[in-house]
Ligand binder design. Structure first.
Ligand code: DP6
Length: 341
């Protein structure tokens, strides 16, 4: 692991990054440390090629606190706490006391079960590290992104990534790395967008469940350990049949443990079930596809390239599906020219 190289504060500069959103094939839903976002189990994801966030970081000596606009709105106080956590760490590493103005533009609507916070925090970590003159390696950037939002750790490496749960209390061994590059398996990722703003954020959902609310919590985490291994086997074989079993089973087990929580955590809408049904039907007819659902009503469907058109068409016909976004697996977070300003 490279140690960061602090530079004098005169080298502060404006920096922009793009980071992809990612969809977990096996989920992160349970923390062993909620300040550092350390998970109870490892998780595996695919990064989405063009769905994500652009973030610009401008350090400015005249600011007396960090300020951030997300899609042209002031970031809410809970979000700002997470952003400061990442920036404070960067300031510590770079010996700087300078605050920043930040602007983030999402290419996916926030809070629709698409984890826009994952891409936003990964882009923030990459842009801010550069803005403050740090040269950090992939694991270090992934750890930084993780302190903003756990799933953001997986958006840093991109492609098909694994986030190692790790065991150390300070999270040094809890970061994501790429298992396979984006072109390893040319899957299509279809997002059937359902419903409005979700009522319970992932952070809050995990807090509710972590407090002993769900009788299935222990079984759920044990299942994750098994599923991470099974998912790696399915990926090594590029077997959609095996992938479907583990990806769908893992998402359903996560939602089962949410449903059993007291108070219950219910994200699904009628259209969510209708999409599940349609995917199962498509598979019975010979289409290689599978579904997964994050903390929201939207359903993400993975399929082989040759089946994408048929799958997209049948999803679009379902009542309650507002839109079907289509993309591929893409690379990880990277510095870009300023955009979204
Ligand atoms: C259901 O990473 O958004 O999408 O760490 O509290 O910011 P925080 O939560 P977040 O949780 C994502 C939960 C999930 C599953 C996943 O992406 O693995």
């Amino acid at each position: 692991m490279n140690s960061p190289t602090p530079r004098p504060s005169t080298e502060l500069r404006r920096a922009s990054a793009f980071a992809p959103s990612n969809i977990a094939l096996t989920k992160y839903w349970g923390k062993r440390d909620s300040t550092l976002n350390l998970p109870l189990a490892s998780s595996i994801s695919v990064a989405l090629a063009d769905l994500g966030s652009y973030t610009v970081v401008q350090p400015a000596a005249d600011l007396d606190s960090d300020v951030m606009l997300v899609d042209d709105q002031d970031l809410d106080p809970a979000g700002m706490v997470k952003v400061r956590r990442v920036l404070d760490e960067i300031r510590k590493l770079s010996n700087s006391q300078v605050f920043s103005g930040l602007r983030s533009v999402n290419t996916v609507p926030a809070a629709r079960g698409l984890a826009s916070s994952a891409s936003a925090f990964a882009a923030l970590a990459v842009a801010a590290a550069h803005a403050y003159g740090l040269e950090l390696d992939g694991p270090a950037l992934s750890r930084l992104a993780r302190t903003g939002s756990g799933s953001a750790s997986r958006s840093v490496p991109g492609g098909i990534a694994i986030w190692h749960a790790g065991q150390q209390p300070d999270g040094a061994d809890s970061y994501a790395e790429q298992l396979y590059p984006a072109d390893y398996w040319p899957l299509r990722v279809l997002v059937a967008r359902i419903g409005g703003r979700k009522k319970i954020s992932s952070t809050e959902g995990m807090r509710l469940q972590g407090g002993g609310g769900s009788p299935y919590q222990h079984a759920w985490i044990e299942q994750c350990h098994r599923d991470v291994a099974l998912c790696q086997e399915a990926l090594a074989l590029r077997s959609m049949r095996r992938l479907a079993e583990v990806v769908e089973g893992n998402a359903l087990a996560m939602h089962a443990s949410m449903l059993a929580n007291r108070p219950p955590i219910i994200y699904w809408q009628p259209a969510t079930l209708a999409v599940i049904d349609a995917v199962r039907q498509l598979r019975a007819e010979g289409c290689d596809c599978c579904f997964t659902i994050d903390a929201g009503a939207s359903v993400v469907v993975l399929c082989e390239a040759q089946d994408a058109r048929v799958v997209a068409q049948s999803l679009a016909e379902i009542e309650g599906v507002e839109e079907v976004l289509q993309t591929r697996v893409g690379p990880g977070a990277r510095l870009v020219d300023s955009r979204g300003e």
